[in-house]
Design a protein around this ligand. Structure first.
Ligand SMILES: [Zn+2]
Length: 246
């Protein structure tokens, strides 16, 4: 009698422990997910910064190229002017004038583009600094969040280890065959051991046949023929349930 009551109590404890373990497992999974998400977001901040650096580099390249073009045109202008000094014929002079006009036009265009490019570079530099500051701060917050979540996860993992140790301790007092039945049931239901109520399984309401009920009255644990949960008779609960019917 005492043995059965102890068995029932231990199996119930095990299902409570299992529920706690599952809650902690869910938390651990949530923490891991949050850490992964934060890591992905940090990668994104890096890529946003990289993109802005790339845009800045491109803009600098454009300015450099236009500056080079501009000084090249100025050199060419000087060289043509130099050449102009040595000529004698009008036709040659006209050709030089034409060439100088073309260079001047090109130079004006290049310098206009350069002015725009400088302006854009200035804008891009400010924009890049702002992006870097903003993304950097965001990455810092995320890094801290990962650290905090990691701590929570580690604490939950310790709790889980404790819970599982508790489970092993209790399982030591449960006969192996009952442990097997219990383990099989706990995989599919959170309450593998339930009391009988009004001569039925209190979980699936399957009516217990008279012969089985007699066995239960002798303080046995049985397997419900319908839902396969472990069922036991708690005399006080059963008396309450029967009284409630009247
Ligand atoms: Zn049942």
């Amino acid at each position: 009698m005492v043995a059965v009551r102890e068995l029932v109590s231990n199996l119930k404890k095990l299902s409570v422990i299992e529920a706690r373990a599952n809650e902690v497992r869910v938390q651990i999974i949530k923490h891991s997910k949050k850490i992964d998400e934060s890591k992905a977001l940090i990668e994104r901040t890096k890529s946003v910064i990289d993109q802005s650096h790339q845009a800045l580099r491109e803009q600098k390249k454009l300015v450099d190229r236009l500056e080079l073009d501009s000084s090249g045109l100025r050199e060419k202008e000087l060289e043509v002017k130099q050449r102009g000094k040595t000529i004698k014929k009008q036709a040659e002079y006209n050709a030089i004038e034409k060439e100088l006009d073309a260079i001047a036009k090109q130079l004006r265009e290049t310098e206009n583009s350069l002015e725009v490019a400088w302006h854009d570079l200035d804008h891009e530099t400010k924009k890049s600094a702002s992006i870097e500051a903003k993304q950097g701060a965001s990455a810092e917050t995320l890094t801290q969040s990962i650290k905090d979540t990691d701590d929570l996860k580690a604490a939950d993992e310790r709790t889980l280890t404790e819970i599982l140790a508790e489970k092993i301790d209790i399982a030591k007092n449960v006969p192996e065959d009952w442990m097997k039945r219990y383990e099989q049931m706990i995989k599919s239901v959170p309450n593998p051991i339930v009391p009988v109520s009004s001569e039925s399984c209190s979980s699936c309401y399957y009516s217990i046949v008279a012969k089985d009920f007699t066995r239960l009255k002798r303080s046995e644990i049985m397997v419900c023929r319908n839902c396969y949960r472990l069922i036991y008779l708690d005399r006080e609960e059963e008396a309450d349930a029967l009284n409630a019917q009247f």
